[in-house]
Design a protein around this ligand. Structure first.
Ligand SMILES: C[S@@+](CC[C@H](N)C(=O)[O-])C[C@H]1O[C@@H](n2cnc3c(N)ncnc32)[C@H](O)[C@@H]1O
Length: 218
């Protein structure tokens, strides 16, 4: 298990923490957790505030390909693939790579690029409908914290089961109480979050042997 900064190429997200904190209430959170139109393409208070492919996933895809020494013919799964932008980027960067995705959001899956529509399926990260060892690499970016802790453990075990540990998972975390406070003002959908040592306990309980990193705001 190694820390690996595979999202280093992404531009820093613009976040108005004060505006989000002011707008956040249980009704907004409930809408965000439906992962529907409001979460993806509604006002920023509800989620992404409009999520389009602006090319930012191409350099991330190059870093993933190089980190895992991926080759044409290998099979990759993106757990929590959203609108499928990383799937598309991986297949453009390495023609012949066989990339698939799974996500809970029907809204997002229906807005995947047309040429990958047959590669995505609706499902939940804690019950992945694929046989043991069926992927050469499994990725999951900013998704597993959306499950409560026992289900997050199951999801990590599922990722291990499919990948044999050739995997990368990034989740929300914080290093200081001040960062935790900022995170808690911002967060809408996370069901579980913790300092890195708390996440590492989740990984160990799940028998996860893959790589990981933290998304830290502030
Ligand atoms: C912050 S978005 C990240 C999307 C994408 N991985 C990215 O980095 O752009 C969180 C994603 O988790 C998905 N999600 C939430 N709960 C899930 C679950 N239980 N199983 C699978 N996907 C889930 C959401 O639909 C959404 O696509």
């Amino acid at each position: 298990m190694h820390k690996a900064d595979l999202l280093r190429a992404l531009p820093r997200a613009r976040r108005n923490i004060a505006a989000r904190a002011a707008a956040k209430d249980p009704a907004v959170i409930a809408v965000a957790k439906q992962y529907g139109e409001m979460y993806w393409d509604g006002p920023r208070e509800y989620g992404y505030g409009g999520y389009r492919d602006d090319g930012r996933w191409r350099p991330v895809a190059r870093d993933v390909i190089s980190h895992f020494a991926l080759r044409p013919g290998m099979r990759v799964l993106d757990v929590g693939c959203g609108k499928g932008f990383l799937i598309k980027a991986l297949m453009l960067e390495l023609p012949g790579l066989d990339v698939f995705g799974i996500d809970i959001s029907l809204y997002a899956l229906r807005r995947c690029p047309e040429d990958i529509a047959g590669r995505v399926v609706r499902g939940c990260a804690d019950s992945l409908p694929f046989p043991d060892g069926s992927f050469d690499c499994v990725l999951s970016l900013n998704t597993i914290h959306n499950l409560a802790r026992p289900r997050a453990v199951r999801a990590m075990a599922e990722i291990q089961r499919l990948s044999g540990g050739r995997a990368f998972v990034q989740v929300d975390s914080y290093l200081t109480p001040a960062q935790r406070e900022i995170f808690e003002s911002w967060v809408l959908t996370a069901e579980f979050h913790d300092y890195p040592d708390g996440w590492l306990r989740v990984f160990t309980e799940a028998g996860y042997g893959g790589d990981y990193d933290w998304t830290i705001i502030g």
